[in-house]
Structures are given as structure tokens and as C-alpha cells.
Design a protein around this ligand. Structure first.
Ligand SMILES: [Zn+2]
Ligand SMILES: [Zn+2]
Ligand SMILES: [Zn+2]
Length: 698
């Protein structure tokens, strides 16, 4: 008969732990939180110190009953939920519900589910940490107060069923702000000049650098022509500079960097990364070895790794690659300003479990994520790479061109793993070898090619970029990045188009309304400060009610004002100016998730709808009879099509212009640039830059 009862969150975790503890222990799963605020009401007594009303979560009754029965039989109960705020709150709720004596050491925590870690943690149980519990309560209660007050306001003023959350609203706002930046962006013209030279039979490629040894930017074709006019056919090698550059490996994964890199390298959504990481953490059946947790706890903002793990990795590196590949210098761990505690980074529980060795026990996705985590950690314990870089300056009549090259002298960590980047302009190791050259050597020009470019607007957020931005700004915590991204999509406030976030009209409407009255509440600063206050509660520096009270008081004032002042936003139907071809009633213009469309006013009897056709005054170049009209893709993106669709299938993302190309008579399209528009032929490459009429008249 088992003497001890251990309670964890999930059956997979229970199964792994059971193996290490032996027959004196029964291990049961609570299936996450068992007790929470009620769904049907606010559940927070604002008049009495924000006293929360906790109830058993609907559907969790049988689980709790089973735990109670097991608890009665047990001599001692150990609460072994995950090592963070949420886990601590689960442990506390269970202690209350099962009548565990809270003055005893009933809580065990471990950062990885391996034999040593589990045995060790059961030797050092501790009391429940009420600071952690309070930090969780404060967050939960604030989110509840804000969410449950704001949602009815949205129902009354905009549309039934809407909801708004604290962190989610800020994330949506960031996406909207980025979209506005993109719309306001005016591209600037710039030019590059590429030069190819014959270097004793080998090709050397260089780019325009400057004049008289000074860097110069080229903004127009005239400037380019001035430079070209100065050049002669031959170039003199002005200088050859060789340098050695070291490159350090990336630090081991935090939750945020793991989500970003899994998005870039494996194409995983943040939610998927967390789900698979949890499987790896809770335990994988490895044949004879039994069930083992393959990685440490996946919710963390620390890049620290334990000395034991580092030593094991270094042994592996020495064996596999040689002693010179081990990192000599200990690198500083990057700690976020608001880093939660002494957690470890996400790393393999043992470097010796080479991904290839466990591959047959893992699903394809589990294997790919495990391999990524394993390689990132091993690389982090390896020596920097050493690159030999060469810079060659070439001169022709004071005009300077520059060629860059680099070769890997010592691969170091790059043998195992190189971090990806979102920034497409980073070339770094991609430069190749340059032919050997001497100062004063004269080379002949083989080809010269000027090229026009335009600066690009800031990029839309991908999931990876949004997670990085949220982390940098201090919004959210490891446990909230993935759920936040998920929620804003589910609520229809943003959509992912080609993996990039776009706000919907609904999202803009809701954030607009919130901004007017709760401006401060959805600023990045407020949200980051809020997280810092929660951290202060966790450290025991503040009482949770001290944090909740002033925030709620100021929120409530605004709420009262908003309820009184905001007029109902009628999403009202304007007449479309034509009649339904099905039933003859008037058509009206309605607002849908992706913009406006026409629908029959006789709805629901008649369900006829059709897209709105905005003519831009250009005849279709394909069929010659249709008008070019604005349309929206299924995802909401604006494009141009023919009014004769589906008979004519002409489409274009760029706006067609009226006059045909003066060179080949094909259709031309326009692109906005700074101070004007660029008009481009769709077939021959002819283009013109036009000054903005409106600006000229001013
Ligand atoms: Zn109709
Ligand atoms: Zn057409
Ligand atoms: Zn043309």
C-alpha cells in the first residue's frame, strides 16, 4: 500500500515520475487547474479587498473527488505542479481543497523530469510560496476585472460576443500601429553600382563605395551618371585589409527565443512549439530506458544552464570534435531586466541523448524540435568561430569601389548550429573567398551595372517578430506569449496572411474605442510596468492588493465615463444605389470581417450578396471592354481585377494607370514613393518617376 500521494498536472508527467519514485508513492494528475474564478460572474468582491470567489472548475468535480479519496488514504501529500506562478497556484488550490497542512513542507519543484532531478527534489520539499501564489492571483484577478468589465461595454457599443483582454489589446494595438507605419511609409529612391573586374583570370566583384575616400550615397540616376562619367576602364588596388573576426554562438533557448527560432527554422506556430516542447519535457517513452523527460521546463526567461549540464556537454564536444572546440571563456548570461527567477534555459536533460539516438522514439515534429534544442545548447558550450575577412578598395579617378570577402578559418560552434535571422540583409558568412591581390595592382573592368532600388517599409509582424517585440518591450511572460498570439486570432481582431499579421476592421474598431477611453491601459509602458509590479509581488516586495487596487480604481473611473459617453457604433447599412437582381429589393452596403460588401436589404428572406465594385477609371487591357475595379482577396488584401470577371481573369496587385507605356503600349502600374509615384510598365521594364501633383501645388 502506497504511503505517499504525489499530484502533478498531467498524466504524461505522472507516468514519468511514477517510475522514479517506487512503490511507496501513488502519482495522480489534476489535469491542470482544478479551482478558478467562476465563468458566469465576475467572482471578485471589489468592496472587500478584491476577495476572489473560487469554485471548482466545471467538469473537474470527478477529478477532485478522486484526488480527495486518494488523499484520505495517504500519509503525506506532495504537490508537484510545474515550477512557476501557475504551478504554485495549482499547488495552493489543491492544498486547500484536499486539506493539506500548509505549514508543512508539501511542495516539490524540479526543472527537469529525470531520475536524479526527481529524487533530489523529494529530498528537499518546501512550503508553499505565497508570494508566487499572490503574483498569480493578482494577474488573474486584474485580467478578470478588466476583461469582464470591458466585454459588456463592447457588447453594448459595438457587437455582442466581443471581448478584450489586457495583454491581447496591446498586441493588437502593436499590429495596428505597424500597419499605419507601413501605410504612411514613402519609399526613397537609391542606387547601387556593381562592378566586375578581371583579377588575373579570376572574377572580382565590387560595389560603389564613395568618392575621394568618403562614403557616398546615390539618390538619383543623375548622381549615378556623374559617377560613371568619372570612371576609366582600369581600376587600381588602393588597399587590401585583412582582419580576423570572432563570432559567438547564440545563448541557450529561452521560451521566447525558442518560439522565434522554431518559427524561422521549422515553420512552427508559437502554440505548436509549446505543445511539442511540453511533450518533450513531460516524458517520452525510450524503449528499455522507459519514460524520460528529454528537455528542461519550457517556460523560462533565463539563459543560465547548470554546471553539471555544461560539463556533460563539454565532455561530449571533446569526444565528437576535439578539445579545441570547447568554449574556454565563460560567457555572460543575458538576463532580461525583469527575468523571473533562477530558472534554467531550455536545454536537453542530457547531451548524451544525441537526437539521432532517440529519433526512432519521437514523432517527426518532436524530433525536429528536440534536435533544435539539443544543437542550440551544445553549440552554446562551444568555441567561437574564427573568420578571416578581406576588404579590398579599388580606385579609378577618385571613385572608390569596395569588395568584401571572408572565409571560415575555424568553424567552432558553427559545426553544430547557426541561429537564423529575420533580417534578410545580414550576409555575414555568405561572402566567399577573394582572389589574391596586391596594393597598386591594376585591374581591367569587365562589366559595370547601376541599379535602382527603393527603401522598404518596416516589415509586418510574423509570430516570431511579435514574440521578440513583446519580450523586448516587457509585455507578457514566457507563459503568455503563445496564448496571446492565439487569442487575438481567434477573436478575429487580426489575421495571419502569408505568415504575417494584419489587423481586421473589427480589430481596428475595437482598439479605436478602447484607445479613446482606456488609452493608458493599452500602452506598452503600462503593460510592461504591470508585469514589473507582478514580479515585485513574486519577490515579496509588494502586497497583491496594493497592486490591484490603484489600477482597478483608475480603470473603473474610465469605465463609468465610457459607458455614459460612448455612442453606440451603429454598424449601419448604407444604401448601395442599386436593386437586388434576385428579388428586386434595394441592396445595402455592409461591413464584413474583411471590409465592405453589398447585401440584399430583404435579408434573411433573400441572401444575395456581392462584392462592391469600385471603378478606378481604367479600361481592362486584357479584354478591352471591362472596367478595372478594386477587389479584396479572401484574406482582405486589396487587388485590381476586371469587371467582366469571371469571363475575363485579369488581376494585378499594383494599381493600373490610364496611359499605356510610351515604349511598348502595354499597361503600366503605379507604386507610391516619397514625393510622388513610380509608374512601371508591366512588360518592357520602362519606368518613370512622377512628382506628386498635390505637393507641387502647395
Ligand atoms: Zn434580394
Ligand atoms: Zn477584362
Ligand atoms: Zn512597356
Amino acid at each position: 500500500m502506497a504511503k505517499y500521494l504525489v499530484i502533478v498536472e498531467s498524466p504524461a508527467k505522472a507516468k514519468t515520475i511514477k517510475r522514479y519514485l517506487g512503490s511507496n508513492y501513488t502519482v495522480k494528475a489534476s489535469m491542470g487547474h482544478v479551482i478558478d474564478l467562476p465563468k458566469s460572474q465576475m467572482g471578485v468582491d471589489v468592496e472587500h479587498d478584491y476577495e476572489p470567489k473560487y469554485i471548482t472548475i466545471r467538469g473537474k468535480g470527478p477529478v477532485l473527488k478522486e484526488l480527495k479519496t486518494a488523499a484520505k488514504k495517504a500519509q503525506k501529500i506532495y504537490l508537484a505542479a510545474d515550477p512557476d506562478r501557475e504551478g504554485e497556484a495549482i499547488a495552493w488550490h489543491l492544498a486547500k481543497a484536499l486539506g493539506v497542512d500548509e505549514s508543512t513542507e508539501c511542495r516539490v519543484v524540479f526543472n527537469e523530469i529525470t531520475k536524479d532531478a526527481i529524487k533530489d527534489s523529494f529530498k528537499r520539499p518546501r512550503k508553499i510560496n505565497y508570494d508566487l501564489v499572490d503574483a498569480q492571483q493578482a494577474r488573474r484577478i486584474l485580467d478578470r476585472l478588466v476583461g469582464y468589465s470591458m466585454s459588456p461595454l463592447l457588447w453594448k457599443k459595438i457587437k455582442k460576443g466581443l471581448s478584450a483582454g489586457r495583454v491581447q489589446s496591446v498586441a493588437v494595438k502593436m499590429i495596428i500601429d505597424r500597419e499605419q507605419e507601413i501605410n504612411a511609409f514613402l519609399p526613397e529612391e537609391y542606387w547601387t553600382i556593381k562592378l566586375e573586374l578581371d583579377a588575373n583570370g579570376e572574377k572580382l566583384e565590387a560595389n560603389f563605395y564613395g568618392i575621394d575616400g568618403k562614403k557616398r550615397e546615390l539618390h538619383s540616376e543623375e548622381e549615378v551618371n556623374e559617377v560613371l562619367a568619372k570612371l576609366s576602364e582600369s581600376f587600381t588596388v588602393d588597399s587590401v585589409t585583412k582582419k580576423e573576426r570572432r563570432r559567438n554562438p547564440a545563448l541557450p533557448f529561452t521560451t521566447s527565443s525558442l518560439q522565434q527560432e522554431a518559427a524561422r527554422k521549422l515553420n512552427f506556430r508559437a502554440k505548436k512549439t509549446m505543445m511539442i516542447a511540453q511533450q518533450l519535457y513531460e516524458g517520452i517513452e525510450l524503449g528499455k530506458e522507459g519514460t524520460v523527460g528529454l528537455i528542461t521546463y519550457m517556460r523560462t526567461d533565463s539563459t543560465r544552464t547548470s554546471e553539471t549540464a555544461n560539463i556533460e556537454a563539454q565532455g561530449f564536444i571533446e569526444n565528437a570534435y576535439g578539445k579545441e572546440y570547447i568554449a574556454v571563456e565563460k560567457r555572460k548570461e543575458k538576463k532580461a531586466a525583469n527575468s523571473q527567477d533562477a530558472h534554467e534555459a531550455v536545454r536537453p536533460t542530457s547531451t548524451m541523448r544525441d537526437p539521432q539516438l532517440v529519433k526512432s522514439y519521437l514523432s517527426r515534429d518532436q524530433f525536429r524540435l528536440y534536435k533544435l534544442i539539443w544543437e542550440r545548447f551544445v553549440a552554446s558550450q562551444m568555441a567561437p568561430a574564427v573568420l578571416d575577412t578581406v576588404k579590398v578598395d579599388l580606385v579609378s579617378n577618385d571613385v572608390m569601389f569596395r569588395a568584401n570577402g571572408s572565409t571560415v578559418k575555424f568553424a567552432g560552434f558553427m559545426k553544430v548550429y547557426i541561429e537564423d535571422t529575420d533580417d534578410e540583409t545580414v550576409t555575414d558568412v555568405k561572402d566567399g573567398l577573394l582572389p589574391p591581390l596586391e596594393d597598386g595592382e591594376v585591374l581591367e573592368q569587365e562589366m559595370i551595372e547601376p541599379k535602382q532600388h527603393f527603401t522598404q517599409p518596416p516589415p509586418r509582424y510574423t509570430e516570431a517578430r511579435l514574440v521578440r517585440a513583446m519580450e523586448e518591450l516587457g509585455i507578457g511572460r514566457p507563459s503568455t506569449y503563445a496564448p496571446t498570439l492565439d487569442t487575438i486570432q481567434k477573436r478575429g481582431y487580426v489575421t495571419l496572411e502569408e505568415k504575417k499579421f494584419l489587423p481586421t476592421e473589427l480589430g481596428e474598431l475595437v482598439i479605436d474605442m478602447i484607445s479613446d477611453y482606456f488609452q493608458e491601459f493599452i500602452t506598452v509602458q503600462f503593460t510592461a510596468d504591470m508585469e514589473a509590479l507582478l514580479d515585485a509581488i513574486e519577490k515579496g516586495d509588494m502586497q497583491w492588493t496594493e497592486v490591484v487596487d490603484p489600477i482597478y480604481k483608475s480603470f473603473e473611473k474610465r469605465l463609468t465615463r465610457a459607458e455614459a459617453e460612448i455612442e453606440k457604433i451603429e454598424i449601419k447599412d448604407e444604401p448601395a444605389g442599386e436593386d437586388c437582381e434576385v428579388c428586386g429589393h434595394a441592396m445595402v452596403i455592409k461591413m464584413g470581417r474583411y471590409g465592405k460588401f453589398m447585401a440584399c436589404s430583404n435579408f434573411p428572406e433573400c441572401r444575395n450578396t456581392k462584392p462592391i465594385q469600385v471603378e478606378i477609371g481604367v479600361k481592362c487591357p486584357t479584354c478591352g471592354t471591362g472596367e478595372i475595379v478594386e477587389r479584396r482577396s479572401k484574406k482582405g488584401r486589396l487587388f485590381y481585377g476586371c469587371s467582366n470577371y469571371p469571363e475575363c481573369e485579369f488581376v494585378s496587385w499594383d494599381k493600373p494607370v490610364e496611359e499605356p507605356c510610351p515604349v511598348c503600349s502595354s499597361m503600366m502600374v503605379q507604386k507610391k514613393i516619397k514625393n510622388g509615384v513610380k509608374v512601371e510598365c508591366t512588360s518592357c521594364g520602362h519606368h518613370e518617376t512622377r512628382i506628386d501633383q498635390e505637393q507641387e501645388e502647395e
